[in-house]
Design a protein around this ligand. Sequence first.
Ligand SMILES: *Cc1c(COP(=O)(O)O)cnc(C)c1O
Length: 246
Amino acid sequence: MPDSPVREPLAPEPGVVALRFAAVRARVADAALAAGREPDDVRILLATKTMPVEVVREAVLAGATLLGENKVQELVAKAPALADLAPTLHVIGRLQSNKVNLALRHAACVQSVDGVDLAERLSRRCEALDRHLDVMVQVNVSGESTKAGVAPDAALDLAAAVGRLPRLRLTGLMTIGAASRDVALVARGFARLRELRDALVASGEPGTGDARELSMGMSGDLATAVAEGSTMVRIGTAVFGERPRA
Ligand SMILES: *Cc1c(COP(=O)(O)O)cnc(C)c1O
């Protein structure tokens, strides 16, 4: 058997994460001020996928309070080693129904609710645990087939269904921006999410009145997202550097 190549985990040098996190904070603040918004109105969630827990700890010690994992396995692996720092953990990737129990052990919010079946399962499990869970509905504003999320035309119906579930607290909507260099196209997608959020909050449907969160914007498009009303950007590369290819 040929030797498998040893691949060093790509992890930034000590100190770099704190510097980059400060730079991202400044970028977010600049974007907010340029859009006539308050910097504090945009929170930063760090997307920690593939990053070793020591690196994640450095980010939390540098002031990060919100972390997101795509995979429940990574969430489960890192959460105990972060517990003393008490960050708030979100699930931001596709959640399989057989991982719901594990996710609920560590996550304060599931941003990636994309169907009523998953929402009902989450609510039922919360019922059994006698707790509540924050959730967002993920919307595929770009229509790219590789992206998860409910279609924009179906988003309000799904959000209304989620809002009616007894144990879920709908906090807002999440999207991943179009993979395009066309800034106007990316901006239109984010604007679409904002319009959906405004319609949702105004709908009068039970459990939707507080769903004001707009989780949108990543390392490459955070300024565009903040200009379109993002209340939470999800940042990976700009703080942690390039990830190893999956
Ligand atoms: C990885 C990831 C991010 C962060 O992306 P970067 O481009 O590395 O900043 C944000 N949201 C989700 C859902 C992700 O999977």
